[in-house]
Structures are given as structure tokens and as C-alpha cells.
Design a protein around this ligand. Sequence first.
Ligand SMILES: Cc1cc2nc3c(=O)[nH]c(=O)nc-3n(C[C@H](O)[C@H](O)[C@H](O)COP(=O)(O)OP(=O)(O)OC[C@H]3O[C@@H](n4cnc5c(N)ncnc54)[C@H](O)[C@@H]3O)c2cc1C
Length: 372
Amino acid sequence: MDFSWTDEQLSFRKEVARFAREELQDDVIQRDREEIFFWDGWRQCGRFGIQGLPVPPEFGGSGGDALTTVCALEALGYGCRDNGLLFSINAHMWGSEIPLLSFGTENQKKRYLPKLASGEWLGVLALAESVTGVARQGFQTRAQRFSGGYVLNGSKTLVTQATDANLIIVFANLQSADGPTGTSAFLVEKGTPGLTVTGSLRKMGLRTSPMTELSLLDCELPLESLLGAEGQGEQILAASVEWERICGLASYAGTMQRLLETSSEYSRERKQFGRAIGKFAAIERKISDMEVRLESSRLLLYKAAWLKSQGKDSYREAAMAKLYLGEACVQSCLDAIQIHGGYGYMTEYQIERELRDAISARIYLGNLEVLA
Ligand SMILES: Cc1cc2nc3c(=O)[nH]c(=O)nc-3n(C[C@H](O)[C@H](O)[C@H](O)COP(=O)(O)OP(=O)(O)OC[C@H]3O[C@@H](n4cnc5c(N)ncnc54)[C@H](O)[C@@H]3O)c2cc1C
């Protein structure tokens, strides 16, 4: 297996890191406190081509394979400290673009993908429900087929960015004239009568990425709003989850690299008992653990992305990458806080926020306990 990057990938990676450093900096501490999304950053990313990474050129993107996408997202995570913005971008790409790319009709792709790829539109996926979580068999959101289309009733929770979404892919259990047809996915546009985005949910981390609940009350949709075939919800979700598990945590590798660099620098500069703290074995050990975790994360990430880029099955490797990266990033945040001592606990040093943000990766789209 060849793990070397091509020259194009290397220069793209550099260009993304430069873009993130120069264009995606603002007062993230305050936005985190006030739970405000970084719209300027979102638009800049759209212009740069981030949201269009997995979308083929005929639909307005650059058509990067999984490896190139991972390479770019890792660099983005290294240069940009707003994990909420990066999380929303990931939710948009894997939650709306990939399902459309994999299962959309030509008309659906032409209608939605160019706007999603440019960042003009924001797309999300609404799966979780308050009673059953993400267990599809028990979904209370129902779709009923009638001659002109479908009518949806139910509610969803924990939906990232639903307030701002122009397009929501809603999963519902479909009841046709012949009986239950299983979970199906529907394209619901903002402003559709019967769709209401309700109460925003306050969170521990990723606070710059808003989250809400939504309800569907006799929400009528045309026939062409069905994504894929009736009952194909599982396959649609599997396509989204596979990409999300491979690429969704790539930015965490960038974060881990940033944490490693700042912690190493701090351990060289900070003196206690007449020595740089980096000379103490306990601190040295934490720094080397952080480095090992980063390299292990990269290997898992690149292998899963490489398999996907080769058209091979990457389900197992993607799950392992997600499982490991989420844990590794949390542990490296804890080490970085410890190395910085009292300052590491302070908001101003921006490590406590990284920890709050990183913990979410142990939960969304595959709990730690379920993946293990
Ligand atoms: C930041 C964030 C963003 C999110 N964004 C979205 C979004 O955009 N759209 C959306 O639809 N959802 C979203 N979610 C919801 C997310 O997908 C679910 O929270 C997640 O899949 C876990 O499901 P649950 O909350 O129902 O937990 P549960 O499944 O109820 O899990 C509760 C506990 O039980 C354990 N458990 C469950 N099943 C098993 C098992 N079989 N074996 C062992 N242990 C088990 C879990 O590991 C966990 O510890 C988001 C969540 C977060 C945290």
C-alpha cells in the first residue's frame, strides 16, 4: 500500500491550510459563548470549494475522491479553530450531498447539487427522534402515499442546523396502499407548509453549530420529493454514514496536530523548578502520547479513505477510524489541558473548547458502545 500523497494533493493541502489560517479567523470564543454560526466563514468555504469537494464538476464541485477530501479536511481542521463551522460543513456534505449524489435522480441532482456545492444552500439530514433515537424500526415519523405524492407527520430532534437549512432530508416510515414499505427518505425544502423548525437545543460543545428540533404536520410533498426508491432509506443512510465515518473526523487530525504543536511549544517555554516543564518525564510522556495518537489516527483515516478511493469496501475501517479518532482527540485535549496547567483550564487558551467540541464525536452517527 502506498501512503504517499501526490504533488497535487500536497499543494492542495497547503493551500487549504493557508486559506483556513487567513480567512477563517475571528472571535470564536465569543461566538461559542453566544452560540452564533460563522456565516462569513461558511460563505468563504463555499467560494474556496470546500462544500463542493465530493461533488462532481458537472454539478458544480471538484469531484475529489475520499483521500483528497480527507487531505483537505485535515488541513482545514489544522488552520480553523471553529469546530462548529467544520461540523456543519460535514453535516451538509455527508447528510445532504452524498445521499443526493448516490440516490438522486438526474433532475434532483441538477436542482440541488450546484446550490449545495457552492454553499448558497445548506442541506441537512433529519433522522433522530426523541423516543427511538436513530433506531429506524420504531420511527414515529410516518409518510403516507396518496395519488399526488406523500404526506409526512411526525417530529425529529437533535438536527444540526435545521433552522438555516434550505433542504432537509427527512427519514420516515412509509405506509403505502399495500402496507408498510420501510424507511424512506424525502427531500423537504425550507418553507414547505407543515414543516416547522422548533426550539433550539443548547449544547456542551460545537456551540457555533446550531441544533434544533423539527415537526411535520400534514406536510404534503410531491412524488419527486422521494429520494431513491420507496423503502430504500437504509441504503441511503448507509452511504451517508460511510462517508461521514471516513471524512467527518479528518479535521480532528488537524486539531490534534495543532494541539501537539502548541503543547510542545508551551512545554519548552514554561519553566518550573528552574527547568522547562518539557524536561519532566511526565510531560514528555504526554507529548509523545499525543504524537503517537496523531499518527495512529492518520493511519486509520488514510487507510479507510484509500480503500474508499479504490472502490473497495471500507465499512469496517471507516468504523474503526471514527471510533479511534473520537477517543484520541478527547484524550489529546485532556493531555493538552494538563500540560498547560491552570491556563489550560481557562477559556482564553481555547483548549477547554476543543475538549467540549471533541466529546461529541463519541456520540453522533454511531455511539462508541455501538461501534466497539
Ligand atoms: C453534536 C451532534 C449532532 C447531531 N446531529 C444530528 C443531525 O444532524 N441529524 C440527526 O438526525 N441526528 C443528529 N444527532 C443525533 C445522533 O445521531 C444521535 O444522538 C446518536 O446517533 C445517538 O443516538 P441516541 O441519542 O438515540 O442515543 P441512544 O442510541 O439512545 O444511546 C444511549 C446510550 O445507549 C448506548 N447504546 C445504544 N444502543 C446500544 C447497543 N446496541 N449496544 C450497546 N450500547 C448501546 C449508547 O452507546 C449510549 O451510550 C446529533 C448528535 C450530536 C451529539
